[in-house]
Every structure is written in C-alpha cells, then in structure tokens.
Write a protein that binds this ligand. Sequence first.
Ligand code: NAP
Length: 268
Amino acid sequence: MPSVKEVCVISNRLQRSLETADHLLGKLQLAGFKAVDHLTSQTDLIISIGGDGSFLKVMHDLEYPETPVLAINTGHLGFFSEITPDQIDLLLERVSRNEYFIEEMAPLKAVITTHDETSTLRGINEVVIKSSLVKAIHLKIQVNGQLIQRFSGDGLIISTSAGSTAYSYSTGGSIVDPRLDVLQLTPLAPINTNSYRCFTSSVIFPPDACIQITPERDPEGYVLVSADGIDFPQEYFNTIDVSLDEKRIKMLRLKRHDFWNKVVKKFL
Ligand code: NAP
C-alpha cells in the first residue's frame, strides 16, 4: 500500500468523539497529513471515531469503500476498533513509518429478487429476515441448491464471523473467530411442534455457501430485511440469496487483532 497522505476523519456526534476528532485533526496537521471530512479519490485512510455502531454506519454511508479504514473507539468495548483516543500519537507514528498491515474482512451480500427487480444489500455483521408483525414467518432454506429445512418462526439471522458477537450471539448463536470465513445461520424463535420442525441451534456454512431463502407462504404484513440494523422492508420477494461478498473491507491494523481478549472482556 502507498504511504498515507490524505486521511478522512468521520466522527459520531457524541461529545467524547467530537473532542477526539478535534484532537486527531490537530495531530494530523502537525504530522504533515492532509485531513478531510469526506472521502475523495485521493484518500488513503478513513478513520471512524465512535463505537461499533458508528463504524457500521460509516461503512454503509460510504458504500463499502476500497480505501483502508481504522476505527478509534470512544464507546463501549469496540470489536471493530483498533485503538482508543489515548493511542493517537502511536497511530500517527506507526502510519508515518508505514508500520501497519491490512486485514481484509468479507461482508455479506444479499441479492433480493422480486417480480420486477433485483436489489443488493451488504452487511458486515449480519442480514436479518423477519416478519414485520408478531406473526410466524414460513421460509424455505436452500444452500447451494440443496434443501436444508423449511423454517417457521420469527425469522433468520445470517451473520459473518465478525458479526457473530452482535445480534446473532444475543439469540444463541456461536462466537466465531474472525479468522474463519464462514456464514452462520441463526434461527429466531424457531417453532418446534408436531406441525413444524426446524433447527433450534445455529448452523455454520463454508465460505462458498450461497444460502437461498424463499417464502413458503405469502407473509402477512411485509418482510423486514435488515443489514447491520438498517431496515429494508419488502412487500414481497421471490428469493434472497446470501453469500460472502467478493468485495472486501480493508482494516488498517497496528497489531494482530486481539479478538479473544475482547470477547473475554465483553462477555465473561
Ligand atoms: P446499535 O445500538 O448501533 O448497536 C447495538 C449494540 O451492538 C451496541 O452495543 C454495539 O456496540 C453492538 N455491536 C455492533 N456490532 C457488534 C459486533 N460486531 N460485536 C459485538 N457488538 C457489536 O444498534 P443498531 O443500529 O440497531 O444495529 C447495529 C448492530 O446492532 C446490528 O448489526 C446488530 O448486530 C446489533 N443488534 C443487536 C441486537 C441484540 O443484540 N438483541 C438487536 C438489534 C441489533 P457499540 O456500543 O460499540 O456501538
């Protein structure tokens, strides 16, 4: 990667984040970097200031840029963040000396087809498919063309490894080491009666899996498809195909990611 010259700084609106952004902008200027507040074709590094939610919003707003990104955490313990505000000097030193590396992360791509159009969503944590009402939703799940199950319940979460510590974990999914490129399918309140049988645990698929969801019946209300907490209501869909995206997010790292350290601190 060429040396970093232009840095785009994007902060959430919280007081601590805004103060961190001010501090960072001053330090960038002193160190001879050009700082901008929007992504340009010259930008070498994006810095997101906030928590994991803010990082996800920045990635969605910038439509999954090719430019490397680093998150400074000013929220709770951030899974995507690389440093805290007190490490800004260290960051600039290391970036000036080209002492960093890039770790790639594959988001999910969900291709939704309806009678007359096809749209694509991306999710870094997950894609959720659920009813907009408190009504059971009935879905057929196929993986690479093979029928896996007919699902009845509240809905489904399909998460990345990076997203395994988010919504999926709250609903009983497994924590997955982000070095594993997998897709995890986690059922939301699956119905298990004599009439309906579904998996009650999450299921993990390899990186080349394409999980295809089709409606078994017309849902009442509409179907909510959500990517990283951003909702895309669908009146009807024919198919939703979820797979790992070929487009990768490039995370600028100073050290090997201390994922398990964060898991222990956050959950145990
Ligand atoms: P949000 O308020 O921005 O985030 C909800 C919580 O999830 C925050 O504490 C956030 O951390 C944390 N989070 C986000 N990504 C994470 C990750 N990869 N690992 C561990 N924690 C993570 O909520 P939102 O705008 O609705 O949606 C953003 C994300 O929230 C979604 O992608 C979804 O995974 C998660 N969510 C969780 C639940 C649940 O657990 N029941 C329900 C809905 C959504 P920060 O405090 O650092 O921002």
